[in-house]
Design a protein around this ligand. Structure first.
Ligand code: ADP
Ligand code: MG
Length: 245
């Protein structure tokens, strides 16, 4: 941990029509830090992730990534998207491409890597997430947990500076949650900068450096997990924890 800010949100506001979904949000994520975002459904967690990747434009405030304001369009935006990997609840793999092709595609198309080099790196990443033996299969032939591990490998293939996870295990059968969390835990240990929206409190306790609690578009409180779970300060957080723990 260098203590160097990688993602900085200052006074960020976002409306969907009359709905104020992000309200004066301030958040700093340091290089190598793992931040877990929790909160009730509809509190703005997905919007927060999407704003960091500029899948959603914000209405006011500022977001900087690695010292630069988020670009609005063009090549700089494409570069930002490759530097901030995103893993969604629905794995979004290309159904008509093999697992290997799914992982190689971004590096070849966006990063202009040579196919042979991209293939070699993709195989190494599939190895890392424990899927190398499935490289020539199609997504539908894999379990949900395997597909999500491929999605993580695909994000890593872009050599991102940070990874955003939006409820990566919510769509999985319970017996597959662990294998995905294991991959995420090992990335966290290796020093990947991660923002993780999840309901997996075990992951939050063990892998997060900081837990951020959101409710109604506000970042209500943030603290190291041991402190947050033992002693939530706000009534909203106490209420939320009483329902899920
Ligand atoms: P969370 O991920 O915490 O469940 P979201 O960020 O998905 O919350 O949504 C926050 C609020 O914004 C919710 O009330 C949701 O219905 C609303 N919302 C999300 N996306 C849109 C959209 N594209 N248009 C209008 N309202 C939206
Ligand atoms: Mg969401």
């Amino acid at each position: 941990m260098t203590g160097e800010a990688l993602i900085v949100l200052e006074n960020v506001n976002k409306w969907f029509g009359p709905l104020h979904v992000l309200q004066d949000v301030d958040l700093t994520v340091e290089r190598g830090e793992v931040v877990v975002v929790i909160g009730p459904s509809g509190s703005g967690k997905s919007t927060l992730c999407r704003a960091i990747n500029r899948l959603e434009p914000i209405d006011s405030g500022s977001i900087t990534f690695d010292g630069t304001p988020l670009p609005a369009e063009g090549r700089p935006l494409a570069r930002l998207r490759s530097e901030v990997g995103m893993v969604f609840q629905s794995f979004n793999l290309f159904a008509h491409k093999t697992i290997l092709q799914n992982v190689m595609l971004g590096p070849v198309k966006v990063r202009k890597e040579k196919p042979a080099a991209a293939r070699e790196r993709a195989m190494a990443l599939l190895e890392r997430v424990g899927i190398a033996s499935q490289a020539d299969k199609f997504p539908a032939q894999l379990s949900g947990g395997q597909q999500q591990r491929v999605a993580i490998a695909r994000a890593l293939a872009m050599q991102p500076k940070a990874l955003l996870f939006d409820e990566p295990t919510s769509a999985l059968d319970p017996e597959m949650v662990g294998e995905v969390l294991d991959v995420m835990t090992s990335l966290a240990k290796e020093g990947m900068t991660m923002v993780v929206v999840t309901h997996e409190m075990g992951f939050a306790r063990h892998a997060a450096k900081r837990v951020v609690f959101m409710a109604d578009g506000q970042l209500v409180e943030q603290a190291p997990p041991a402190e947050f779970f033992a002693n939530p300060k706000s009534d909203r957080a106490k209420d939320f924890l009483s329902k899920i723990l």
